[in-house]
Design a protein around this ligand. Structure first.
Ligand code: 4AD
Ligand code: MG
Length: 453
């Protein structure tokens, strides 16, 4: 197996060969400092003209940013380097010397320029670190769910209905010619009698939740993880049009326990990132002190309490208003732990949320707000489990109940109390990495004004 930079702490004193890229360099004329990265990390290789064959030194003199190279050297401990090690260079071999003029240089670049060059910007140390934190959040999520009895359940992306309201849907033509395709196999819409016969539209999923509810009636507890789509024209630092959501759902779990699950998951993710991504957080210059304070129990406020606090702070927010980004930011700066905001007015939330029996104008839901101004990272609720009530909710919202027949069926055949929630991966990564904007937390961000590269 190829040796990597991540292994060199165990190889002090030994000569190693590494394959990767030159991300920076400087030369004194006699000593050449090659900043080398290989995907697993980065290390400085120090070459001395006096000790290197002439043809080798010539390669170094012709070095360009992002050239692909093979280096060989002896591993030395070095307390000044961020890694704690450097290589005493013994050999340099070019795979490809890149041309002059690599677009991303040492000078400051604006965000639009960097996003235009996202395919190259991903190589920057900061972006490398963010992608690794993202991977850790995903890994810890899978681990925690599997350790706690949840089964991964894949929900569809092409769907016939909205999950989270009809105003933010990406719509597409879906086999508009009737009878094309699969009618022989009984997959044609006409046979299904769901009212989708004429329906030639499909929508990109906004959340897998509704399908996950079907999943748990088989599996008990399940989660999904995948890209979701929102045709939101919001140009804020928290919104993408394509982002990754993890939805979780559990049978026989009610509102209070739903929040216990969210709290445990978030605590685990934060602890794992602190444990496994120390170096990445250092690269990002993330102050870890606030993250070290993320412990259960989180703060709980009802929506009504949150509104009262905001008003006390000078806001003119109304009793039944949803919280805006600025409201969330204002609340989070008052606590050093995440905040559950519970029991929103039913009018500002989705049709599937169960009403609070104590106050039926409100729902048994929660948002979870991350501290330091980050705001909503999770939305969750107990689900309406009564057939008649759910049907009435669908009708009240002016939705056609026919494509929801299968969803209503879940209440017809052995309905049980159940709850779930969904997190936005990019919001969590943005918070943990201390980033201002979610666009840096996904490899290729899609926003209202950007779909390239
Ligand atoms: O609060 P939301 O809309 O909840 C749902 O979709 C539920 N069906 C989830 C469930 O109960 N299974 O979205 C969930 C999370 C938000 O809390 C936020 O973190 C993230 O998804 N999110 C976005 N992230 C980036 N860009 C956007 N446009 C986002 N919209 C929501
Ligand atoms: Mg929400």
């Amino acid at each position: 197996m190829q040796t990597t930079i991540s292994q060199i702490p165990q190889l002090v004193g030994q000569e190693v060969e590494l394959k990767g890229w030159c991300y920076n360099f400087r030369s004194s004329g006699k000593i050449f400092f090659l900043q080398f990265r290989d995907g697993s990390g980065s290390v400085q290789v120090v070459y001395s003209k006096a000790e290197l064959p002439e043809d080798q030194w010539k390669i170094l003199e012709g070095m360009r940013l992002e050239s692909s190279v093979i280096v060989r050297g002896i591993v030395k401990e070095d307390s000044r380097s961020p890694l704690g090690f450097e290589l005493e260079g013994k050999l340099i071999q070019a795979i490809q010397i890149a041309p002059e003029g690599y677009p991303i240089g040492k000078k400051e670049h604006g965000p639009e320029f960097l996003l235009d060059n996202r395919h190259l910007w991903l190589r920057a140390q900061s972006q490398w670190a963010v992608m690794r934190v993202r991977d850790r959040v995903i890994t810890s999520t899978y681990e925690w769910f599997h350790e706690n009895g949840f089964v991964k359940f894949d929900t569809p992306i092409l769907t016939p209905t909205a999950c989270e309201g009809t105003t933010e849907l990406f719509e597409m033509e879906y086999f508009s010619e009737q009878g094309t395709g699969n009618s022989e196999q009984g997959l044609g819409n006409r046979e299904q009698g769901t009212g989708m016969g004429e329906g030639t539209k499909a929508y990109l999923a906004q959340s897998g939740q509704l399908y996950l509810e079907a999943g748990i009636m088989s599996l008990g507890r399940a989660f999904d993880f995948g890209p979701v789509f929102r045709a939101e024209k919001s140009k804020t630092r928290r919104h993408l049009t394509e982002f990754w959501m993890m939805d979780a759902e559990a049978a026989f779990v009610e509102h209070a326990e739903n929040m216990v699950i969210q709290e445990a998951l978030i605590c685990r993710i934060v602890a794992d990132v602190l444990k496994h991504c120390r170096y990445e957080l250092k690269v990002l210059e993330r102050d870890v002190t606030p993250l070290e304070k993320i412990k259960a129990p989180f703060v709980h406020l009802t929506h009504a309490e949150a509104i009262a606090k905001l008003r006390a702070g000078g806001s003119d927010i109304g009793d039944t208003d949803d919280l805006g980004a600025d409201d969330e930011t204002a609340l989070t700066t008052q606590y050093d732990r995440p905040i559950f905001i519970e029991k929103y007015p039913a009018v500002v939330k989705a049709f599937y949320m169960k009403r609070d029996p104590v106050d039926p104008t409100r729902v048994l839901n929660n948002d979870l707000l991350a501290p330091e101004g980050y705001g909503e990272i999770i939305g969750g609720s107990q689900r309406e489990d009564d057939y008649e009530t759910l049907l009435a909710r669908i009708q009240e919202r002016g939705l056609d109940p026919r494509p929801f027949e299968w969803y209503l069926d879940l209440r017809r055949w052995g309905t049980v109390p159940h709850s779930g929630f969904g997190y936005g991966l990019e919001r969590i990564v943005g918070w943990l990495c201390g980033l201002h904007h979610v666009r840096e937390t996904i490899p290729f961000p899609r926003m209202v004004n950007r779909i390239t590269p």
